[in-house]
Design a protein around this ligand. Structure first.
Ligand SMILES: NC(=O)c1ccc[n+]([C@@H]2O[C@H](COP(=O)([O-])OP(=O)(O)OC[C@H]3O[C@@H](n4cnc5c(N)ncnc54)[C@H](O)[C@@H]3O)[C@@H](O)[C@H]2O)c1
Length: 248
C-alpha cells in the first residue's frame, strides 16, 4: 500500500534528513515548514516530495496544508522547533511564549489535526522530536526550551494513551548533542566541539543521520509494539553525570 508522511520542520537540519530517508523508504513526503524558499529547494531534490509552507502554531495554516496534501498521511513527524537563549530572569515573555508555541503547542495542533484523519482510517504513526533538555537535564540560559521539550515528552505519552486504541502508534525521540540545524554553529568552534565530544561516553557528536535512522525504525514495522516511548539518541550523554566525577 502507498505510504505517505508529513514532516514539520522539514527545511531544518534534522527534518530534511528525515525527509530524505522517508523518500528513500518509498513514502510520498509532505514537507512542512515556515521557510518556503528552502522547502522549494528540497522539493526539487527529494523524490516524491511536496513543499507545503505551514506555520505549525496556526490551526488555519495546518488545516489548509492537510487539504493541499489531499490524503490521510500514514505517518507524521513533529520536528519543527526553535530555541530562544537567555537566562530566565532576562527572558522576554514573548520569547518564552514563542518557544512553547512552536515546540509544544505546534506539535499538539498538527498532531490532533492529523490524528483526526488517521482515526477514520484506523491506523497511523506519529513521532515527536523532543530533546535531552526535556529530560532531567535542562541547559542553563535556554529559556523555555527545556520546559517545552519536557511538555512534549508528556504530550507524546498522553497521545499514546488516548490514541493507541484508534490504531495510532505514538513515540518521541530525544536527540543529544547533534551537529545539525540549530546546533551546527556550536561545532564550528573546534574547542567547543572537543569539549562536548569529551563529555559523551561514545566520544563523538551525533548527526542528523543518527536521529533519522531511529525515526525510521519507529515508523517501521520493526517497532510494531513500541508505543508511548521516548528514545534517547545521545551517545549515552544523559547517563554521564557521575562519570565526570571519576574514581581513582
Ligand atoms: N540540533 C540539535 O542539536 C537538536 C538537539 C535536540 C533536539 N533538537 C530538536 O530537533 C528538531 C529539529 O532541529 P534542527 O536542529 O534541525 O533545527 P533547525 O532550526 O534546523 O530546524 C527547525 C525547523 O523548524 C522550523 N520552524 C520553526 N518555527 C516553525 C513554525 N512555526 N512552523 C513551521 N516550522 C517552523 C524552522 O524554520 C526550521 O526549519 C527541533 O525540534 C529541535 O528542538 C535538535
Amino acid at each position: 500500500m502507498a505510504k505517505s508522511i508529513l514532516i514539520t520542520g522539514a527545511s531544518g537540519g534534522i527534518g530534511s534528513e528525515i525527509a530524505i530517508q522517508a523518500s528513500q523508504k518509498g513514502y510520498k513526503v509532505g514537507l512542512l515548514d515556515l521557510n518556503k524558499e528552502v522547502l522549494e529547494e528540497f522539493e526539487s531534490k527529494i523524490p516524491n516530495s511536496v513543499a507545503l509552507p505551514t506555520d505549525v502554531t496556526d490551526e488555519k495554516s495546518v488545516a489548509e496544508t492537510l487539504k493541499k496534501f489531499g490524503e490521510t498521511p500514514s505517518a507524521l513527524v513533529n520536528c519543527a522547533g526553535i530555541v530562544r537563549f537567555g537566562s530566565l530572569l532576562e527572558q522576554e515573555i514573548k520569547d518564552f511564549k514563542d518557544v512553547i508555541e512552536v515546540n509544544l503547542l505546534g506539535s499538539f495542533i498538527v498532531g490532533c489535526a492529523v490524528a483526526k484523519l488517521m482515526k477514520e482510517k484506523g491506523e497511523g504513526n506519529i513521532v515527536n522530536i523532543s530533546s535531552i533538555s526535556g529530560g532531567k537535564h535542562p541547559a542553563i540560559h535556554s529559556g523555555a526550551y527545556a520546559a517545552a521539550k519536557a511538555g512534549l515528552v508528556m504530550l507524546s505519552e498522553q497521545m499514546s494513551l488516548e490514541w493507541g486504541k484508534l490504531g495510532i502508534r505514538v513515540n518521541a525521540v530525544s536527540p543529544g548533542f547533534i551537529d545539525a540545524g540549530m546546533s551546527a554553529p556550536h561545532y564550528r568552534d573546534d574547542s567547543e566541539r572537543k569539549k562536548r565530544e569529551a563529555m559523551v561516553p561514545m566520544q563523538r557528536i551525533g548527526t542528523a543521520n543518527d536521529i533519522a535512522k531511529v525515526v525510521m525504525f519507529l515508523l517501521s514495522d520493526d517497532s510494531s509494539y513500541v508505543h508511548g516511548e521516548n528514545i534517547l539518541v545521545d551517545g549515552g550523554v544523559m547517563n554521564s553525570v557521575l562519570a565526570n566525577i571519576g574514581r581513582s
